[in-house]
Design a protein around this ligand. Structure first.
Ligand code: AKG
Length: 289
């Protein structure tokens, strides 16, 4: 389609939009808390100008989602079919929008993640947007991120969820299950499953008590690849949008070379490191605009 960018050719930020914040440094207690609980936050990530830019970018993609879908990695099929029931969810906005492209390199996100993952070098895996319209019944069922990512390994992946709206229990903020990152890997839950579908797969004796973690717009929460999390419906009159960034250790390998790991990306042979223009190193940052 004319006018649609393929921005993965830029392996560093195009603008200096996200170069302005001082990078939050995590304390030893933060790191210990993440290791104990499997999540951390909220922490400050976007200032007001950056937040406005990311919201604008996300809204622009949502407004043209049907038209842009072929240029993204994925638009949630169940949402495309039943938008009044299923949360809006897509992957790959960074490929087509300059703000979403540059966001993946934002040191306010990548530096803390590299520290929590305990790596010198952090590699981008993919981005996602979750958007719950006002008064919408859609939930994000309790799940573990790595259950969707077993074609890459070993599991040294991490997620940051950047709130684009103030979140609360009423508008379906993110909830985490403390300590569940040590429960082993559970089956993948379909995106349009009911909130509680994972309960059938919990290990014996698991204390399943999701904890709400509200955040202000521009703040973020970070979670381990095996931490159970999800979010209930939005019962308010406003949107609840989140920009989610997923990263992995730089030596993560392809565990299944039978097909592209993400739509439109070259096949990575099994056993090889997942690298190339779609999977840039984001920390330490290589180039400055
Ligand atoms: O924002 C949400 O409700 C869910 C997001 C999620 O699953 C994630 O951040 O990994």
């Amino acid at each position: 389609m004319p006018g649609v960018q393929t921005l993965e050719r830029h392996d560093s930020p195009i603008s200096s939009r996200f170069a302005t914040n001082p990078v939050a440094s995590l304390s030893t207690e933060d790191v210990e808390q993440f290791e104990r609980d499997g999540f951390l936050g909220p922490i400050d990530v976007l200032d007001a100008t950056q937040l406005a830019a990311v919201r604008h970018a996300v809204d622009g993609v949502i407004a043209r989602l049907g038209e842009l879908a072929p240029h993204l990695y994925e638009v949630e099929q169940a949402h495309a079919e039943r938008p009044d029931e299923v949360v809006c969810h897509f992957l790959g906005g960074w490929l087509i929008d300059e703000v979403l492209h540059d966001l993946i390199f934002h040191a306010g996100a990548t530096a803390p993640l590299a520290r929590l993952l305990g790596v010198e070098e952090l590699r981008f895996w993919h981005d996602q947007v979750f958007a719950k319209p006002p008064r919408h019944p859609g939930v994000v069922p309790w799940h573990q991120d790595y259950s969707y990512w077993t074609r890459t390994g070993p599991a040294r992946h991490i997620t940051i969820n950047i709130a684009l709206d103030d979140t609360s229990v009423e508008n379906g903020c993110l909830h985490f299950v403390r300590g569940s990152h040590r429960w082993g890997l559970m089956p993948m839950v379909p995106f349009d499953a009911n909130l509680e579908a994972i309960r059938a797969h919990l290990p014996d004796g698991a204390e399943f008590e999701p904890v709400p973690v509200p955040a202000r717009a521009g703040q973020a929460t970070i979670h381990h690849s095996h931490t159970l999390h999800g979010s209930p419906a939005n019962r308010t009159d406003g949107w609840r949008r989140a920009a989610v960034l997923n990263y992995m250790a730089s030596d993560t390998r392809c565990m299944d070379g039978s097909a592209p790991l993400l739509r439109g990306t070259p096949v990575v042979p099994e056993g090889e490191i997942v690298e190339g223009p779609h999977f840039p190193i984001v920390w330490p940052l290589r180039g400055t605009p």
